[in-house]
Write a protein that binds this ligand. Structure first.
Ligand code: NAD
Length: 252
């Protein structure tokens, strides 16, 4: 496996779930990792746990990705403290579920702000600081961008995660001359708290999802982290603008 010794990796929404697994996976390969989250408490706990488990330098920084000035300030701070940023993982995301007839403006706008404006702001700010010297950006999309949910509607989520794929492709083409690769992973149903919004505490609901997944199970966060780490690594040096689906076959 390619290692990340000497690399500085920033992960958004990394206080828990898939983001925490991503942060840990880079720390295990020698990276200095900046664990950011809108929740300062989970960011701190996760950074402390990863540091204890791996011995890597792991910092916790509060960051709301919907606030572009906060994103720019953090990007400046990371470069001031570490001299570089090599990898950005846009993982922060929310699911707000409701039937589309009842999906109100606030629900729609909040979803757009976190899931689409957030990845754009962070890509722009960290991309500016990767410019010319190179780097890798990995955006976390979703299989919801590729296959409509059947029983758990979340229209804003689906639209923003499809937007993340367009963002990925366009930035990949525009920034390839700068040495910046931009890719996405599209996870299927993965075992984290986010699924509570669509009924994961009900075993019948989960059984319904599993019946549509050829592997017959949800993914674990570490399995998504491995896909992210591959795309960010030198092993993927010719890969840019790609969407790596990690969904147990759900979208097939
Ligand atoms: P999660 O709810 O466990 O974690 C999401 C994290 O994002 C939380 O720590 C939360 O505090 C943080 N966050 C929310 N709003 C934020 C903001 N404005 N700024 C910064 N951080 C913010 O969910 P997860 O499953 O780990 O989700 C991680 C990513 O994976 C999301 O983009 C999600 O859409 C995507 N995803 C998840 C699944 C799944 O089934 N779990 C499937 C496909 C895609």
């Amino acid at each position: 496996t390619a290692r990340f010794d000497g690399n500085v990796v920033v992960v958004t929404g990394a206080g828990q779930g898939i983001g925490a697994a991503i942060a840990r996976s880079f720390a295990e390969q020698g990276a200095t990792v900046v664990v950011t989250d809108i929740r300062a408490d989970t960011a701190t706990t996760t950074a402390t746990e990863i540091n204890a488990a791996t011995g890597a330098t792991v910092l916790a920084r509060p960051l709301d990705v919907t606030r572009s000035a906060e994103v720019a300030a953090l990007a400046d701070q990371v470069v001031a403290e570490h001299g570089r940023v090599d990898v950005l993982v846009n993982n922060a995301g929310i699911v707000l579920g409701a039937a589309s007839f009842d999906y109100d403006d606030d629900t729609w706008n909040r979803t757009l702000a976190v899931n689409l404006s957030g990845p754009f702001y962070t890509a722009r700010e960290f991309g500016r600081r990767m410019r010319g010297r190179g780097g890798a950006i990995v955006n976390v999309s979703s299989v919801a961008a590729l296959r409509a949910p059947r029983a758990d509607p979340h229209i804003g989520y689906d639209a923003t995660k499809a937007g993340v794929i367009a963002l990925t492709r366009s930035l990949a083409a525009e920034w390839a001359p700068e040495g910046i690769r931009v890719n996405a992973v599209a996870p299927g149903y993965t075992n984290t708290d986010i699924l509570k919004a669509v009924g994961s505490e009900n075993p019948e609901v989960v059984a319904g999802w599993r019946s549509h997944i050829p592997q017959g199970r949800l993914a674990e966060p570490v399995e998504i982290a491995q896909a992210v780490r591959f795309l960010a690594s030198t092993e993927a040096s010719a890969v840019t603008g790609h969407v790596l689906v990690a969904d147990g076959g759900y979208s097939t």
